[in-house]
Write a protein that binds this ligand. Sequence first.
Ligand SMILES: [Zn+2]
Ligand SMILES: [Zn+2]
Length: 267
Amino acid sequence: MIDYHLHTRFSPDGRQTLDEMCRAARAAGIGQVAVTDHVDSPDPRFVGTIFTIANPQAYIESIDEARRRYPDIMIVRGLELGYTPSGWEEALRLRERIRPEFVIGSLHLAEGLDPYEARYFEGVTRQEAYRRYLIALRDAVPHMAGVCDTLGHLTYVTKFTPYEDGALDWDEEPELIDAILRAALAAGLALEINTSGYRRLGAPLPGLSIVRRFRELGGEFVTLGSDAHGAAHVGHRIRDAAQLARQAGMRYMLVVREDGPTPIPLP
Ligand SMILES: [Zn+2]
Ligand SMILES: [Zn+2]
């Protein structure tokens, strides 16, 4: 079993040390993990902390050290790279310094707002709130070509949704979602199935209908990650996500081998 989306205290919102993360992985029987701390692009319109790795060298060294301490766990040096139009170049410079083996391309800000905050949803309809994110994501994905391996939590806008029935299925926004999925394929990205959605929405990010559509459009590879920020969620429902991927017709997930991200059959 694997978990390819994990945060540690190198992320400002990380609540676990790398050591705690490795112990949790071992206890959960997970043999491979990707540490994917945040390198988010700055955006002048955003009010708040931009999540980034302040000390790239310390990040590299701490992962090297964890590899020595936990030889039974394969630890991938990854990143979650967050896109903004104005800050991408800066984020890519940091990416160069960290030389990651695996990169999740994510979007956390749409028009300078993070749907993590309640005010993202204030004064707009559900449709407007969701569309604003999907449009920004559609425009972001082409920039991830060659620098990211997988498209992170496509339906991130629903993760902290104020709506009772907040999950976003393909048929609610088929054209925009198709545009995103096609852009991901053109950019050579896999599709992440992020299990953090199970915790609030009862379904991963994205859910079955969107993963199935990705397959219909020719998508072959998924990545699986819990997006755990604390040890309690390491490996959370990864098995269910693998099953959902198979149900959607997917057969392969990406894992990191010597030559880089490589497809292997889903568990
Ligand atoms: Zn994220
Ligand atoms: Zn994350």
